[in-house]
Design a protein around this ligand. Structure first.
Ligand SMILES: [Zn+2]
Length: 248
């Protein structure tokens, strides 16, 4: 990112996790906001997702990448690999997860939570860069901060779901509610406890090493994808509110 400056954004929902860094990648203006704060002081269940997504809208963001560290629920989804998720299952509880608490009633379509245009671009560039990635996957979002029990994890795994994480919800739906395109890149750091088969437990050191390697790849992928996205949006995310309002 070049020509970076930081801006503080006030929102009706309180403070975002940090000031927004604004700069450019090639010709494209970009903004960055660390979801967990500059010192990683906000755990997943305490992140002010509404303030974060609102702040991005406020500075003009139309497409939002929401990368995250994640666990694998399937043996074939290995640590070090990326998953470009196409579905999510929300198992969080008690998180403010809408901008629309009334009196105007708004129900956005969320059948496909991730932007098809962004997903296609990520997959194409990821392949080009030789990044080991899965072109689809379902992420189960758990409340945390604790990890899952073996029984919970096994329940998710036998559904065939691939990824487990603590931040994709409500971030994804809040973006949809503001007609911002949203996509996920899950960086798989380890296997969750309910994965079937004889899989050796990884050490915390190994998890950190895998994560650091992934960060470099993630950066390469984002820098390559941003200039490739079409200027105009013809995806459903761009007009999500057109059919979402019900008049009394
Ligand atoms: Zn879109």
């Amino acid at each position: 990112m070049e020509d970076v400056r930081e801006v503080r954004v006030d929102t009706p929902w309180g403070d975002p996790s940090a000031p927004v860094a604004i700069g450019s990648v090639g010709e494209r203006p970009v903004a960055f906001l660390p979801r967990h704060g500059q010192k990683h002081q906000f755990p997943s269940h305490r992140v002010n997702y509404r303030a974060n997504v609102w702040a991005m809208k406020e500075v003009g963001v139309r497409r939002l990448f929401g990368p995250c560290a994640a666990g694998s629920l399937q043996p074939h989804v290995k640590p070090g690999e990326f998953v470009i998720c196409d579905q999510l299952v929300d198992r969080t509880s008690g998180r403010p997860s809408t901008f629309y608490d009334g009196p105007e009633t708004t129900h956005v379509s969320f059948a496909d939570p991730y932007c098809p245009t962004m997903r296609d671009a990520l997959i194409a560039k990821g392949h080009e860069l030789g990044i080991p990635l899965h072109v689809q996957g379902t992420v189960v979002v758990v409340e945390g901060p604790r990890f899952s029990t073996r029984a919970e994890s096994h329940l998710y795994a036998i559904q065939g779901w691939e990824v487990i994480n603590m931040t994709q919800s409500p971030e994804a739906v809040l973006a949809r509610e503001l007609e911002i395109c949203y996509s996920n890149i899950s960086l798989i750091t380890d296997y969750d406890v309910g994965v079937a088969g004889k899989i050796e437990a990884v050490s915390q050191e190994e998890v950190i090493r895998v994560f650091q390697d992934n960060l470099g790849r993630l950066r390469d992928l984002l820098l390559a994808v941003v200039p490739e996205l079409p200027e105009e949006r013809d995806c459903p995310c761009a007009t999500a509110l057109a059919t979402a309002r019900f008049e009394a």
